[in-house]
Design a protein around this ligand. Structure first.
Ligand code: UDP
Length: 418
């Protein structure tokens, strides 16, 4: 409901969930399973129905004004959005859908009603959980409101199956949200291994980016990258502080170091680009840091390939697709040991996990993974290997199995207590 599969991820509210929905929908369609995705209409020039790929339709539902509503305003549009879906249903054959799969709690609220009306199973993926997020807020971040917490609890109680990305998320659903352990399935997200391939020509990837960034990025230079939505929770400021610390420890590094920050603003708070620009100035590293606009597919793969290390310093991260994509490109990842990142990154093999967010710890880890060439080479090989364990193909198989199982459980006669 709050973001469209047609949006460019890496800015605003579009991120890993959008990629997840697009990739699994396409894989389902390839297997002959038709998918229709309902999303809120956010511009007047969007058609009522758009084809995302053969067998995958996106339906734009009018619910409130096209512009001006933030994610936090959308609980007030749940009724209008649901009414829009039901109006679409009135024009269809009965038995339109076999399963409803909702993504994020707002859509879960809509899916709950549709499930009851259509008599089909509701499978829900939370993607992020308010109670987990609120437990590790960044400075300047606003806590998720009680309305979301209660809304999530309702969806968790109502869904026939809950899909978690990692064992940690499954545990959070059970421990913090009182989910029925029998209803929870852990399904790892994937990575597009056809787009995110290791570099054949790293010098070329660096040359093109170096022109765009206006920074020197030769073979012997050290390039660190942050890729993703620029918001306090993603903590790009940690990378900037670590870079300043690396230079303080080894002043000779300054002329060889570039820090790329790729992505657009999201939400409000300390890590907005303007604040990061100011921080770079305050740290005395404006000559080292470059901000680049968000990008898709092959262009994004070039960023991963150009980097010695991709940093994922998030305070909270349910999975971290960026980590997988970077590793698939043969780039080690230095990540915070939070949420799903210990699954996405194999510590010591495909990257390094850091236990805190201090500049000192991050400078040490980045120095090991990016500046020490022997370690970098070993981690790069491990990164390619680790990423191969994930694919959207596998994710989709597991989702379809979950749908089938949820449908069978609905049809099975219920035990009646006498
Ligand atoms: N992304 C992108 N272009 C960008 C930056 C990010 O397409 O310039 C995508 C990236 O490929 C990844 C997603 O946005 O698939 C971010 O997902 P992740 O799980 O890392 O974080 P989220 O945004 O879901 O918190």
């Amino acid at each position: 409901m709050h973001t469209s599969p047609l949006a460019q991820p890496g800015t605003g509210d579009a991120g890993g969930m959008n990629v997840y929905v697009v990739q699994t929908a396409k894989e389902m369609a390839r297997r002959g399973v038709e998918v229709e995705i309902f999303t809120r209409q956010t511009a007047s020039d969007l058609p009522p129905v758009a084809e995302l790929a053969p067998g995958v339709l996106v339906r734009h539902v009018v619910a409130g004004p096209f512009g001006g509503l933030g994610k936090e305003d959308l609980p007030g549009q749940l009724c209008a959005f649901t009414a829009g879906v039901l109006r679409d249903e009135a024009r269809q054959e009965p038995g339109w859908f076999d399963v409803v799969h909702s993504h994020y709690w707002l859509s879960g609220q809509v899916g709950w009603l549709l499930r009851d009306r259509w008599g089909v199973p509701l499978v829900h993926t939370a993607h992020t959980l308010a109670k987990v997020k609120n437990a590790s807020l960044a400075v300047g971040d606003t806590p998720e409101p009680l309305g979301r917490v209660v809304g999530e609890e309702q969806v968790v109680a109502e869904a026939d199956r809950l899909v978690a990305s990692t064992p940690a998320e499954a545990e959070a659903l059970i421990e913090l949200y009182d989910a029925d352990p029998e209803a929870v399935r852990t399904v790892a997200p994937g990575v597009d291994l056809a787009t995110f391939t290791p570099s054949r020509d790293r010098a070329a990837a660096r040359a093109a980016l170096s022109r765009e960034a206006g920074a020197r990025m030769g073979e012997d230079d050290v390039v660190l990258a942050f890729v993703g939505r620029i918001q306090p929770l993603k903590a790009p400021d940690v990378l900037l502080r670590a870079a300043a610390e690396m230079i303080a420890r080894r002043p000779d590094l300054r002329s060889r170091l570039t820090v790329l920050v790729v992505g657009g603003p999201s939400g409000s708070g300390l890590a907005q680009p303007r604040v990061l620009v100011d921080l770079a100035e305050e740290l005395g590293i404006t000559d080292v840091v470059r901000f680049l606009r968000p990008r898709a597919g092959a262009a994004l793969a070039e960023v991963y390939r150009a980097a010695d290390v991709v940093a994922v310093p998030s305070h909270s991260e349910s999975f971290g697709l960026v980590a997988l994509e970077a590793q698939a490109c043969g780039t080690p990842v230095v990540a915070a040991a939070v949420g799903g990142l210990p699954v996405a990154v194999s510590d010591g093999r495909s990257g390094l996990l850091v236990d805190d967010h201090s500049a000192g710890s991050w400078a040490s880890a980045l120095e090991r993974a990016a500046v020490d060439r022997a370690t970098r080479g070993r981690l790069a090989a491990g990164a390619i290997e680790h990423a191969q364990a994930f694919s959207w193909d596998r994710t989709t198989d597991a989702l379809l199995a979950t749908y089938a199982e949820a449908a069978a459980a609905r049809l099975a006669p219920r035990e009646v207590a006498v």
